[in-house]
Write a protein that binds this ligand. Structure first.
Ligand SMILES: [Zn+2]
Length: 404
């Protein structure tokens, strides 16, 4: 025997009585086969229905290829030989809207752009079809949407049935049938006919709006993401809220938000350039001022200075600038959440900076850092300006010690 599929005749049926004809275990869960069911099993791009059998949650529905039985995977054991089934209508109707919507959209792509659908995915997060070409022109896409939504507003009848051979021969199908034997046809008025085992609405008006969200090229195909009905409304609601919030933020109309963002990006770029120039100048000025503050200590000129609200990379530039002067040692520090110490010397100064840094870092309570004899840097721990100044004073003492 095989399961009688009640949804073929009536996709709006949500409750039914059935007899349990087989019990089994699938994916480690109890499962049953029924003599009849309104539950749609995963197939043809459409996910399975959810709901319950005698109050036990149905967590999966599959077709057993060998005999065509519909297997219901359950959250727990099902008592008794008969059960009342209840299909989750919200989930089912969402699938019906999107499956009929997919047929309409696929037929519209053929009519407008000559593009055939080679894949269909209906998921919780996204609904997509794959077209057999890498490019769809933007104006063609608008025409496809217009045609699809015109088919919706014409409220065409949707008929799903198993035609006789003679009937089938007279139907112009959108694409060749993939299965042999008795075939189910879904026909949308005079607009489309194709082989399909899915659940569909009975009039196109029930699909609601059909909206393409984006096209994505994938090798030689194009993936088309779309939404229908209630999902399209939720998507519109969410995006409208975002556009309204941005428009209020920029004090422009919603249609001008993209220009406002472009303007802001240009301003940001110009500001960054100006800021970088100003920083470079600041480093130069600071170098001039600090050279004057140098103190003679054991045959070298020592410059020590702690900073706040500087960038670490500017401090590095300053150190590099200072040690261009012969016989100079620069001891620089940056206070903050991630304090930095930089100790550097001119090539002709004798001291080893790694040892100097080590002693200075100890004042900040860390040993994270290192370098070469001529340059060493480290830190990364929080430190105040006073603490950084104390660390630099220790570095100066270490300089004297390293001469001895
Ligand atoms: Zn279909």
């Amino acid at each position: 025997m095989t399961t009688q599929r009640l949804y073929y005749e009536d996709p709006y049926l949500t409750t039914f009585e059935a007899a349990v004809v087989e019990r089994l275990t699938l994916e480690g869960r109890p499962a049953v086969a029924l003599d009849r069911t309104a539950f749609y099993p995963t197939g043809g791009g459409q996910p399975h229905d959810a709901g319950a059998l005698a109050g036990v949650a149905v967590v999966g529905v599959e077709t057993r290829e060998a005999d065509g039985m519909v297997i219901h995977v359950l959250a727990g054991d099902l008592p008794g030989d008969r059960a009342t089934g209840a299909v989750d209508w919200a989930r089912r109707f969402d699938h019906m809207q999107h499956h009929t919507g997919q047929h309409i959209l696929s037929a519209a792509f053929v009519t407008v752009a000559g593009a055939s659908t080679v894949g269909f995915h209906l998921g919780v997060e996204s609904v997509t079809i794959d077209l057999d070409r890498p490019h769809i022109a933007p104006d063609a896409l608008d025409a496809v949407e217009d045609l699809a939504n015109e088919v919706v507003t014409r409220n065409l009848p949707v008929r799903a049935w198993f035609p006789t051979d003679a009937e089938l021969a007279a139907i112009a199908l959108r694409k060749e049938l993939a299965v042999a034997g008795k075939v189910r046809i879904v026909q949308i008025g005079d607009f489309d006919a194709t082989g399909c085992g899915g659940t569909h609405v009975t009039h196109t008006g029930e699909v609601g709006v059909i909206k393409v969200l984006k096209l994505e090229r994938r090798a030689d195909t194009t993936r088309v993401e779309f939404r229908c009905g209630a999902r399209a409304l939720r998507d519109y609601r969410m995006k409208n809220a975002i556009v309204n919030a941005l428009a209020a933020e920029f004090t422009v109309g919603g249609w001008e938000v993209d220009h406002a963002v472009a303007r802001l990006k240009a301003e940001l770029k110009a500001t960054r350039t100006a800021l970088n120039q100003a920083r470079a100048q600041q480093v130069e000025y600071e170098a001039v001022a600090l050279r004057d503050s140098a103190t003679e200590q054991g045959g070298v000129r020592v410059i020590a200075r702690a900073f706040e609200n500087w960038e670490a990379r500017d401090l590095n530039k300053l150190a590099a600038e200072l040690v261009k002067t012969p016989r100079t040692v620069a001891l620089l520090g940056l206070a903050g959440e991630k304090a930095q110490l930089i100790v550097a010397r001119a090539d002709d100064a004798p001291q080893d900076m790694t040892g100097v840094l080590k002693r200075a870092l100890a004042v900040l309570g860390t040993d994270r850092g290192g370098g070469r004899p001529g340059y060493a840097a480290g830190g990364g721990v929080p430190a105040s300006l006073e603490q950084v100044e104390a660390a630099l004073a220790e570095a100066a003492r270490a300089l004297s010690a390293s001469e001895d």
